[in-house]
Write a protein that binds this ligand. Sequence first.
Ligand SMILES: [Zn+2]
Length: 211
Amino acid sequence: MFQSRHDPGKKYLSARFWQARGEPTLLPRPGGQTAAPPHHWKDALLAGIGATIFATALPDTSLAAISNHRLRMFNPHNGEHLDTEIMRGGKLLRSGLDEFNRFARDWRKNISHEIDPRVVETAIQLQSMVGNDEPMVLISGYRSPQTNRELNGTAKNSLHMQGFALDLRQPGVSTSHLHRAAVSLRRGGVGKYSGSSFVHVDCGRVRYWGA
Ligand SMILES: [Zn+2]
């Protein structure tokens, strides 16, 4: 069974959640509406990408709109699946993060490393934006320095070695579409690898590359 990706009944996060992240507090509006959070992906999309149809066709999946979320992923290299509750009541769950860290480990060397929650949030948002019934594919999570050296085509100072980066693919969703969605978030680096059908996202500075 797959839980709803966002719960319209509990749309907004607590003020404490945003304060903890250094974000402005969300103030309730009369009638129960709440001010939109900053850097709303739809606003970013409309301002920067110009894909109006794409924006209006999607549900509200700003991080503030995601209250409860299960992260469902698949690692094609070792066949492992992840299906874990990662967010409840707008808060990331330690248990879910721990499970994700194990799942996203350097499976070649069997070394786990903390994956930065910021890039986990990016994955959650992307899954909410473009996800479907298929689990998201994790091409690469944490890479130990040794694995990073041994693999072809990796950057020498790859952010995968710090647990700051994920390479993702969504079955049934084009690399271009996933890339556009990731760029619209303005949350960090986004690289498009059309040849290998994945998008790299990280929580480093905002920058874009690839074709
Ligand atoms: Zn990458």
